[in-house]
Design a binder for this molecule. Structure first.
Ligand code: HEC
Length: 110
């Protein structure tokens, strides 16, 4: 009986688990930044607190990069920094102004 109950609940947990990363933005990402992240496809690989294809914004922020360093890492990634992830492709066509806003936000994420 006990096992039957957890079988019934399993789909509920699965839905909760997968629904989260699919949300376009979390409450912790301001609208203007969320827009940039989706426009430049960052949000298809990065979520606020959940691992997707790439590390979460929180995890990246914990590395305490400077704004300049973040911008360099997007234009020319160093995959060795994240051994358990596939390498991120260099995103050289993200306009500097947009990336600057994203990077400034990222330095403030806690
Ligand atoms: C196709 C998936 C994908 C997209 C799109 C993507 N990233 Fe990433 N990103 C990754 C992966 C995977 C890593 C970890 C491996 C690496 O750094 O190469 C990463 C790492 C990072 C890091 C940490 C770099 C380091 O060396 O610590 C930053 C910052 C980052 N991404 C920002 C961005 C921004 C900003 C965008 C959008 C302009 C973006 N990413 C788009 C997959 C992606």
């Amino acid at each position: 009986m006990k096992y039957q109950k957890s079988l019934v609940l399993a789909p509920v947990f699965l839905v909760l688990f997968f629904a989260k990363p699919l949300a376009p933005k979390g409450p912790d990402i301001p609208d203007d930044i969320a827009q940039l992240l989706s426009k430049h496809t960052c949000s298809s690989c990065h979520a606020f607190a959940t691992k997707l294809v790439g590390p979460s914004w929180k995890e990246i922020a914990a590395r305490k990069y400077t704004k300049k360093h973040i911008m360099e890492l997007v234009y020319s990634p160093t995959p060795g920094n994240w051994p358990n992830y596939p390498p991120m492709a260099a995103l050289k066509n993200v306009p500097k102004g947009d990336l600057s806003k994203i990077a400034t936000w990222l330095t403030k994420v806690k």
